[in-house]
Design a protein around this ligand. Structure first.
Ligand code: MOS
Length: 729
């Protein structure tokens, strides 16, 4: 029975489209209170105390401040610099300084209004460039080849600076958790999240409890995009503190405005390229300088930076290079995980820079890419050699160009622009890649486990901490198990992750669920099936459990042979495998308003094997649209450390109304280390949309955009500039 590659109905589809799925805010919890947060009104200052209005009846609510913590004041993550509640210093506007729980939302609001943080305001660092003068949150370097000698081989040296801004995830469902005290003194968390075991660890540290006293259960999760990777840890700590203080369940669900103001965002970036090229357009040497704005605390920034520098050269051969990455601290909300995790920022820069090189050498954007793209046997700047079948770059590029008729359409756009100056058209191209799974030895450190068991009612249950958050993980995992056992996936169920039931399979991040966790799942299924006498699985399994015997299996991650990562020197096999993509985006611009309208988007991805091609197309369309919005629409305006457009009416994202006509192509070069050849797809498309769209703006306007989002305001301002060549501050 061939299940991989077929169309299966999502097991969660009907409940979701019919409105039956209960998200956290809909869930009735007997006797629960509402939790809220008092936040800093300034971006930086000394916290002197918290004033309580004496006319308020404080006996009716619970208040928790940094003085009331049972353990260390840290949200355990990487650097442990992030306090659960500010105690002596506030480092961003919106930073939590106190918590309140009350039986009614109205009373909660009144109590929060009766509290006032006393803060002595201090000068704030609000710009990335100012952050460079301060101690860094993270720094990494990659060096390869003989750079001095390589510059000698260059006919030209071409430099450019590229910038990207904050981005808000805008998942449909805001962040939320419910914390319930357990009778044994422990705590139970139910939350909208990607990483139950991250939350468990943060609570065990922050509440000073053994890990098994903390039970973390995932609730139906209405989108995440990385925004529920690190943030739920702090929210769960807050709800848990209030639950322990009040002795009852406490629900904390953020309002949209609070969610936009206080939760993590995509790291803003500034990337500088200096590249030596031959007259024929071959890249011979490069210096790449990556700076990310990490905001107030470290959170996951070192890992984001690591992925950024490893993807900074784009999917191109670069024999000699020096790549330097830094994360600066600023007094803005902490930047965190967001689909792509550092790779979209640097690949925007790399793709823009390829277009700049093409322009300077009077080559076409297609030819410069064909000449330099990574092929099997090539080495990446950190020494990883792509094996046979390891590069899909040429396959996706040629497929996209042929399918979109890029060359012909480009000529047609140029002609149309001559005929009709009131409606400018343009077409752009991007080539990109994404390493699947954790960086370096990350997967070895996680050592993920996956379990399966045959439940008495005749269903195979998948036990993993990886979550369904809209991306289709439940469907794909059930298909992989079905294929491994030779059964219809309707007989397989993905159990809602619960740390008291499922093993630690690691977080649901880094495009790792299908590729890494799926492979372990296959091994767990085989181990389970091996216990049975021969015969068809469902029949023998039913007889087996009817006889009162247990049927289960577990497997752990096994590192692929022959791969090695040297953390100290940042050299080696940074990722187990790469997925590849190429986009062709066609747009129209009204030159009077500079309003951009994406018309067509062709995206071709190479992902090893598409377990469920329809879901793959959905991931690619959604990720590409999100990336297009990043390129021309989504602008989080920051003034004096405050996000100005902090609601859905003012933070504009691309909707169905803005979506171009999509065509998705799939190339398959099976990866032996993935389940049935599959590699990751979730983050990949985010790397390609923005640079392809901005390249289309080049053709439509003649402007060379170096900073996104390319909003009408920016495009008109640049149009007015003398050189017309983008704002390169
Ligand atoms: Mo994360 S951006 O969910 O890998």
């Amino acid at each position: 029975m061939e299940i991989v590659g077929s169309r299966q109905v999502r097991p969660d589809a009907w409940e979701k489209v019919s409105g039956q799925t209960r998200y956290l805010a809909d869930m009735p919890v007997a006797d629960s209170w509402f939790g809220g947060t008092l936040r800093s009104p300034v971006p930086h200052g000394r916290l002197l105390g918290i004033h309580r209005d004496p006319s308020f009846d404080w006996s009716r609510v619970c208040v928790v401040t940094a003085d009331d913590l049972p353990g260390p004041n840290v949200v355990a993550m990487i650097a442990d610099d992030h306090p659960i509640l500010a105690s002596t210093e506030v480092r961003f506007l919106g930073e939590p300084v106190a918590l309140v729980a009350a039986p009614e939302p109205k009373l909660l609001r009144a109590a929060l209004a009766a509290l006032r943080p006393e803060i002595e305001e201090q000068p704030a660092i609000l710009e990335l460039t100012a952050g460079l003068q301060q101690p860094l949150l993270a720094e990494y370097r990659i060096v390869c080849g003989d750079l001095e000698a390589a510059w000698e081989c260059a006919d030209r040296v071409i430099a450019g600076t590229y910038q990207t801004g904050h981005q808000e995830h805008l998942y449909l469902e805001p962040n939320g958790v419910i914390a319930t005290p357990r009778e044994n003194g422990g705590i139970e968390i139910l939350g909208s999240m990607q990483c139950p075991y991250y939350v468990q660890r943060a609570l065990a540290v922050g509440l000073k409890m053994p890990a098994d006293a903390v039970i973390v259960r995932q609730a139906a999760t209405g989108g995440a995009f990385g925004g529920k990777e690190d943030y739920p840890s702090i929210l769960a700590l807050h709800a848990a503190l209030l639950a322990r203080r009040s002795g009852r369940p406490v629900r904390m669900v953020l309002e949209r405005t609070e969610d936009i103001r206080a939760t993590t965002k995509r790291h803003p970036s500034r990337v500088r390229h200096r590249t030596g090229v031959t007259r024929e357009g071959e890249l011979v040497a490069a210096e790449i300088d990556v700076v990310l704005d990490g905001g107030a605390y470290t959170t996951l920034s070192p890992v984001v930076l690591s992925r950024a520098i490893l993807h900074a050269a784009g999917p191109y051969r670069l024999p000699s290079a020096r790549i330097h990455g830094r994360v600066v601290m600023t007094h803005t909300p902490p930047s965190g995980a967001f689909r792509g995790f550092g790779a979209p920022q640097v690949q925007f820069a790399a793709e823009r820079h390829m277009d700049r090189i093409a322009r300077e050498l009077e080559m076409s954007p297609l030819d410069i890419r064909r000449r330099n793209l990574l092929r099997d046997g090539d080495q990446l700047p950190f020494g990883q050699r792509l094996p046979e079948g390891g590069s899909g770059a040429a396959a996706v590029l040629e497929h996209a160009v042929r399918h979109a008729q890029y060359v012909e359409r480009r000529a047609a756009c140029a002609q149309a622009n001559q005929r009709d100056p009131h409606r400018r058209r343009g077409i752009g191209l991007s080539l990109y890649f994404h390493g699947g799974g954790f960086t370096g030895a990350g997967e070895e450190r996680i050592a993920a486990k996956v379990g399966v068991r045959f439940a008495p009612e005749g269903v195979v249950e998948i036990l993993t901490s990886n979550v369904e958050m809209g991306q289709g993980a439940s469907t794909v995992l059930c298909m992989i198990a079905g294929q491994a056992l030779g059964i219809d996936p309707v007989h397989v169920r993905h159990v809602m992750p619960d740390t008291s039931v499922v093993p630690d399979s690691g977080p649901t991040v880094a495009s790792r669920t299908t590729m890494i966790v799926g492979k372990i799942l296959v091994a767990a299924c085989r181990r389970m099936a091996a216990q049975l006498p021969s015969g068809r699985f469902m029949e023998t399994a039913r007889r087996w459990v009817a006889a009162g015997k247990e049927l289960a299996g577990e497997a752990e991650y096994t590192p692929p042979e022959g791969q090695h990562w040297d953390e100290e020197n940042y050299q080696g096999d940074a990722y187990k495998a790469y997925s590849w993509g190429a986009d062709v985006v066609e747009i129209e611009i009204d030159p009077a308003t500079m309003e951009v309208r994406p018309r067509h988007a062709y995206a071709v991805v190479e992902i090893g094997r598409a377990i469920h091609p329809v879901l793959v197309a959905g991931q690619v369309e959604g990720g590409t649209l999100q990336s297009l919005g990043y390129g021309y629409l989504e602008e989080l305006k920051v003034r004096d450390g405050r996000f100005l457009n902090d609601r859905m009416a003012t933070y504009i994202v691309a909707t169905a109304m803005d979506a171009p006509v999509f065509e998705v192509g799939i190339e398959e070069l099976p990866f032996p280390g993935g389940p049935y050849g599959a590699k990751g797809v979730g983050e990949l498309p985010f790397n390609g949309g923005a640079p392809a769209l901005v390249a289309a703006i080049d053709q439509a306007t003649g402007q060379f955009v170096t900073r996104i989002p390319a909003t009408p305001e920016r495009l008109l301002r640049t149009e007015a500039d003398a050189d017309g060549c983008g704002d390169t501050d």
